[in-house]
Design a protein around this ligand. Structure first.
Ligand SMILES: [Ca+2]
Ligand SMILES: [Ca+2]
Ligand SMILES: [Ca+2]
Length: 160
């Protein structure tokens, strides 16, 4: 899921908490939705500067797909990948390597499904839905050997 991918990267730069905070801030009446008119300001609050074209595209999407406003899940779906791409771009390779090491508890250079499960628990602070983890894992594990190596880890962070 987009939100999960976003959360994985989030601990590098606090993106996830940032998304939640920004959403709260711009949901003025606290009804769980952000109006499309506020989306640009909301993104800028998070340090993301959308281009004119991007904004038009985003607003169009909110209008067409969600009737003019987004809830938090839609918001993450919309903004999350952009933030993740930006984040992966901003943080250097060495930072990504140290992030990888935080997943690879036993230091064998691979993230096993158990290690991944543990890391996700820590990162998300909440349980994933049944089967969701397996789904994410199989998306990331490109060569299907049951582990996530560093290349696959990079792909996960940047292939949004
Ligand atoms: Ca609202
Ligand atoms: Ca390992
Ligand atoms: Ca693999």
């Amino acid at each position: 899921s987009t939100f999960t991918a976003c959360c994985i990267t989030s601990f590098l730069r606090g993106t996830c908490a940032m998304l939640r905070e920004a959403f709260k801030e711009f949901d003025y009446d606290a009804d769980g939705f952000i109006h499309y008119k506020d989306i640009a300001d909301c993104m800028r609050t998070m340090g993301y500067m959308p281009t004119e074209m991007e904004l038009i595209e985003i607003i169009q999407q909110i209008k067409m797909k969600w009737g003019g406003h987004v809830d938090f899940d839609d918001f993450c779906e919309l903004i999350g990948p952009r933030m993740v791409a930006e984040t992966a771009h901003m943080v250097g390779l060495s930072e990504l390597r140290s992030a990888f090491k935080q997943f690879d508890f036993n230091g064998d250079g691979k993230i096993s499904s158990d290690e991944f499960k543990e890391a996700m628990k820590t990162l998300l602070g909440e349980k994933l839905k049944k089967g969701e983890l397996e789904e994410i894992l199989s998306d990331i594990d490109l060569n299907k050997d049951g582990n996530i190596d560093f290349d696959e880890f990079l792909m996960m962070l940047s292939a949004q």
